[in-house]
Write a protein that binds this ligand. Sequence first.
Ligand code: HEM
Length: 383
Amino acid sequence: MNARLRAFADGGGPVHHDREMDVYVISSHEAAKTVLADPAFVTDRLDRLLPRLGGFDELPSLLNAMLRLFMDGPAHDRFRLTVTRDLAPKRIEEMRPRIGAIAEAALDGLRDRPAFDIVADLAYPVTAGVIAELLDIGVEGARALLGFASRIFAVLELRPDEQQLLDAGEAVRDCATFLLPLLPERSANPGRDLISSLVTLELDGAPLPIEETLTIIVQILIAGHEPPAHLIANGALELLRHPAQARRVRDDPRLAASAVEEILRLDSPIGYLSRTATEDAVLAGNPIPKGAQLVLDLAAANRDPARYDAPDRFDVLRPDPGHLSFGGGAHYCIGRALGRAEAEETLRRLFVRFPDLVLAGEDLTTRPSAAFHALDRLPVRRA
Ligand code: HEM
């Protein structure tokens, strides 16, 4: 959430109409939860972006197809059907030892370093390793793809500029060029990875068209890489700032899961969610006209004093954090089991392997983004 929206959310009550941006900022837990659960509030990113893509006939094809997967409608329903099985909690539990091994290998690489950066040296290598595993493309392949994917994130911002959209369209094409040769290979020789699963899947008796397969993979790349990386870095920061709680997590592996829920509540990697009202509505006593754009401020909702005792306190033992950091309703994060497992496996190991870890300065900057609550760097050192 950018500073302007934040200021409104702080001072403007649970529902605030920002006239200049013409958005309704929702900052109470109850109102945000209501919006997420109500199918009258839809995701319509493409409708908002398309008019601004006018004139770039070449650009939108794959990017449009990809964005359509995020939007309410048949393409979105199909998308969820295609990937649900591969990201289901049971499948992720089977993957968990590999996720632990990926985190362990990243930490091995830091063993002899007196100082390092949690973001660049741990969080991104772990999530890239997990993407490599999920797609079976090797770490180099994952790095190449994620380099392209990072240019696509602009479409998640509230008001991306034309150049960013153009670049995002080209980046989707770069991803497709990388992935295209893999599809026939996996089809002929399928493994346990997500690409194999997609190329061998039949929906309504027919295989997925190639374009759909490509855009699904790209979607998973962009949705599945950055948020868990930021969750790991944000979580490391909370635990470094609360050493007694870090010790508890280190000493009792069962606490990793509740610690990660509390980190998700206090430091949601996603800053806001956007919805459009398809009919007139009333939220917390405020009229919302049909067609209005809503911005759900997750940081505010997750710290709503009406929902949480001592909402700003970090407490790894907090019962039922019930945060909204994975969204809810039709778009409820499909990769939440994987994201949780990545953060749990990495954060606990970090404090087991480096019990003497401390922050190397408090001069921390966050990414200039409303979409992500993300640290640029998190320098640490051995005490
Ligand atoms: C742990 C960190 C993660 C966080 C905080 C997170 C958060 C979210 C949120 C808030 C949404 C809802 C977006 C909306 O309603 O507009 C979402 C959707 C989604 N997430 Fe995650 N996510 C995480 C990890 C992952 C991972 C690891 C994957 C895949 C490998 C993934 C895949 C997706 C997909 C595909 C969607 C779109 C679902 C839909 O529109 O139906 N996420 N995520």
